[in-house]
Write a protein that binds this ligand. Structure first.
Ligand SMILES: CC(C)(COP(=O)(O)OP(=O)(O)OC[C@H]1O[C@@H](n2cnc3c(N)ncnc32)[C@H](O)[C@@H]1OP(=O)(O)O)[C@@H](O)C(=O)NCCC(=O)NCCS
Length: 192
């Protein structure tokens, strides 16, 4: 285990569970308190994992990616560089994200998913509106097992990208797909 240059943000009596064979590739990696990290996880330079997360075995967190609080990531999943994974998101096993993805709070992303660069599933139907405390209900799209997206895909709140679906580059998905379909365009339409 090489924890040189690593900053652990811990409060008194809090701990990070770090198994053996965890790798920190480069400086500036930060791990928050009460976070569990599986054996073989790799953290690239300047990646940040905030508190109370669970990072699976053999996961990779790319350069400059930010994993917010209470995120759960399964085994063998690779988070690309410059990603932002918002609080309470759940990401499955063997899933891969390319650079600059923005995975919204309370997202549910399945197993063996592929998210192309700049993917975003905004959770807020009415952005920027002032709300009473507790009124905001995040509603990020659900991305099911083996779904894949091209580059710059936006999936609007409340939609479900079903298993084995493919979303073409640049698509704005405003409806849910069915299994094994290809959609693209703005607004996205079923191609096949
Ligand atoms: C969706 C996709 C798989 C379709 O590929 P395909 O089946 O080979 O389709 P074609 O290239 O033959 O295009 C068929 C038609 O769809 C249109 N089309 C294809 N992809 C499109 C897209 N993403 N958005 C809008 N229209 C698209 C084409 O212009 C063509 O229209 P036409 O029949 O009027 O000429 C592909 O275009 C795509 O978007 N791939 C994603 C690439 C990517 O972002 N990779 C990032 C990985 S890191």
């Amino acid at each position: 285990m090489n924890i040189e240059d690593t900053i652990l943000f811990l409060r008194f009596n809090e701990s990070v569970t770090i198994s053996e064979a965890i790798h920190f590739k480069g400086s500036g990696v930060r791990i928050g308190s009460n976070t569990k990290i599986g054996v073989g996880a790799v953290f690239h330079a300047n990646s940040i994992v905030l508190g109370s997360c669970a990072i699976g075995e053999n996961c990779t967190i790319g350069n400059f990616s930010l994993i917010r609080e209470n995120v759960v990531i399964g085994d063998n999943t690779k988070i690309g560089s410059h990603n932002s994974v918002e609080p309470h998101a759940q990401i499955g096993n063997r899933t891969r994200t390319q650079g600059h993805c923005m995975i919204s709070e309370y997202s549910v992303i399945g197993d063996d998913v592929f998210l192309g660069p700049y993917f975003n599933n905004p959770a807020d139907r009415t952005p920027g509106r002032t709300r009473e405390p507790g009124e905001y209900k995040p509603d990020a799209a659900i991305i099911k097992d083996r779904a894949r997206t091209g580059s710059h895909v936006v999936v609007l709140p409340g939609q479900i990208v079903e298993e084995d679906s493919f979303l073409g580059a640049g698509c704005i998905l405003i409806n849910s797909t069915s299994k094994n379909q290809v959609w693209f365009g703005n607004p996205a339409r079923k191609f096949k």
